[in-house]
Design a protein around this ligand. Structure first.
Ligand code: HSE
Length: 415
C-alpha cells in the first residue's frame, strides 16, 4: 500500500481528491499498487467533508509518516510550498505539483534535491492545465532539439479575450465570469498582467533549452490595455488578439529569446482558433517540425487530471527521471526586448499630424486598417516589415513628441 498526501484543499486540491476517489480502482491498476490518500493538509476546517477524517493542519505528521511516498503540493505560491516541497524531497518522498510559480523560480534546485534523494519532482499540471506537455517534451519528443515554443498559456486571459472578440463583453464582466468558473488565480492580476503565462513559458524554456530561465528576465505584457477598438482592427487584418508566450533557442553564443505579450494572430491559424479557457502550445522540434498541444488550460478537474497522472508516475518510478532536468543559472540569459524583431500594429489619434505619412517615413510601408465607426482622427496600421523593437520604440517616441496619441501597440506574429 502506497499512501499519498495532498497539501492544500483549494480548487486544484479538492479536484485531486475527487479524481482520486472517483477513479481509485483504475488508478491502482495503472500504478500496480494499492493506493490510499491518507492526509489532506489545510489550515481550514472541513467538518462536513466526506474526507473529514483525513484532514490535518500538521505538516510534520505527513513528513514523519514513512508510508507516505507521494505528496501533491497544490497550495501555490512560494511559501510555505517551497519549504514543504524541499522537506518532503529530502525525506525521499516524491512531490507532484501544479505550482508554476515555484517551479519557475526554484525548479532547477528542487529537481536537484529530488535527484540527490532518488525521488521525483513532477509538475505536469504547472503548464497547460490538463494538457500533457511536460512529459511529451522530455520523453516523447526526446529525439528532437526543441528550437521554439509559442503558446496560449493562460486560460483566464484567453477566456476574457474570446468573450471580448465574440460577444463584445466588457473586460471586467468576462474576468468575473472566469473567476466564478475557477479559472483565475487567487490574485487575477497574475493572469491579466501576463505573469502566469510568463512563469509557464519560463518552465517550458528551461526544460527545452537546458538552463533555468527566470520570470524577471522575460519581458511580460498583459491584456489590460486591449480595447474593443483593437479587436475590431485585428478583425480587419484577418486576425484575433491572443496573449502569446514564446521562447526561442539561443543561436551560437547568443541569448534565448522569450516574451509574453498580446499579439495579432491569423484567425484561422492553429493558435488563432484556440478559444475560451483552452490553451494551445506549438512546439517546433528539429525532427518533428511543428507539434501542437491543445486542451483545457485551467479549471479544477483538468488540472487535477495532470496532478493525479503525476502521482501514478511517481508510484511507478524506480528512481529519479533522468530526462526531467535542467541546469541552474544565474539568470541574465534572455535577450533584451529591444533586440526582438517583429511586425507591429499601431493605433494613433491626431487631427493635425499626417500620421500615416510620418509612420511610413519611420517604419517603411504600412497596411492601413479600418473599423466600423472609426473617427476621422484615428489611424491604425500594421508595418509591412518586421523591425527591431528599438526602431518601433523610436517611432512611437517621435510620433508622441509630435503630439500624436499612440493608443495601441500590438505585435503581429505568424504562428
Ligand atoms: N489561472 C491559470 C489560467 C490557471 O487561467 O490559466 C491555470 O494555470
Amino acid at each position: 500500500m502506497i499512501n499519498i498526501a495532498v497539501l492544500g484543499y483549494g480548487t486544484v486540491g479538492s479536484g485531486v481528491v475527487e479524481v482520486f476517489f472517483k477513479n481509485r480502482e483504475s488508478l491502482q491498476k495503472k500504478a500496480g499498487q494499492e493506493l490510499d490518500l491518507k492526509y489532506i493538509l489545510d489550515v481550514r476546517d472541513f467538518p462536513d467533508s466526506p474526507f473529514a477524517d483525513r484532514f490535518t493542519k500538521d505538516f510534520n505528521k505527513i513528513l514523519d509518516d514513512d508510508s507516505v511516498k507521494v505528496v501533491a503540493e497544490v497550495i501555490g505560491g512560494i511559501e510555505p510550498s517551497y519549504g514543504f516541497t524541499k522537506a518532503c524531497l529530502e525525506r525521499g518522498k516524491s512531490v507532484v505539483t501544479s505550482n508554476k510559480e515555484l517551479v519557475a523560480q526554484r525548479g532547477a534546485e528542487l529537481l536537484a534535491v529530488a535527484r540527490e534523494h532518488h525521488c521525483n519532482y513532477l509538475f505536469e499540471a504547472s503548464v497547460g492545465g490538463g494538457i500533457p506537455i511536460i512529459r511529451p517534451l522530455h520523453m516523447c519528443l526526446a529525439a528532437n532539439q526543441i528550437d521554439e515554443i509559442a503558446g496560449i498559456l493562460n486560460g483566464t486571459t484567453n477566456f476574457i479575450l474570446t468573450k471580448m472578440i465574440r460577444e463584445n463583453m466588457a473586460f471586467d464582466e468576462a474576468l468575473a465570469l472566469a473567476q466564478k468558473l475557477g479559472y483565475a488565480e487567487r490574485n487575477p492580476a497574475a493572469d491579466v498582467e501576463g505573469h502566469d503565462a510568463c512563469r509557464k513559458i519560463c518552465i517550458l524554456a528551461s526544460l527545452s533549452f537546458g538552463e533555468h530561465v527566470f520570470p524577471k528576465d522575460v519581458y511580460t505584457e498583459g491584456i489590460t490595455k486591449i480595447t474593443l477598438e483593437d479587436v475590431a482592427y485585428a478583425q480587419d487584418f484577418g486576425s484575433v488578439i491572443k496573449l502569446i508566450g514564446r521562447c526561442k533557442r539561443a543561436g551560437d553564443g547568443g541569448k534565448i529569446t522569450a516574451m509574453v505579450a498580446p499579439a495579432f494572430i491569423h484567425h484561422e491559424s492553429q493558435l488563432g482558433t484556440v478559444d475560451d479557457v483552452f490553451n494551445g502550445i506549438l512546439v517546433r522540434g528539429d525532427a518533428t517540425g511543428d507539434v501542437v498541444f491543445y486542451g483545457k488550460g485551467a479549471g479544477k478537474l483538468p488540472t487535477a487530471s495532470a496532478v493525479v497522472g503525476d502521482i501514478i508516475e511517481c508510484v511507478k518510478a524506480t528512481d529519479t527521471s533522468p530526462s526531467l532536468r535542467w541546469n541552474p543559472s544565474e539568470g541574465g540569459n534572455v535577450a533584451d526586448r529591444a533586440d526582438n524583431v517583429t511586425r507591429v500594429y499601431l493605433r494613433c489619434r491626431s487631427d493635425e499630424v499626417k500620421v500615416l505619412e510620418v509612420a511610413r517615413k519611420l517604419l517603411g510601408e504600412v497596411q492601413v486598417l479600418s473599423r466600423p465607426g472609426q473617427p476621422a482622427d484615428e489611424f491604425a496600421f500594421v508595418t509591412e516589415q518586421a523591425l527591431p523593437e528599438r526602431t518601433i520604440d523610436a517611432a512611437v517616441e517621435k510620433l508622441t513628441g509630435m503630439g500624436v496619441e499612440v493608443l495601441g501597440k500590438i505585435r503581429v506574429l505568424d504562428y
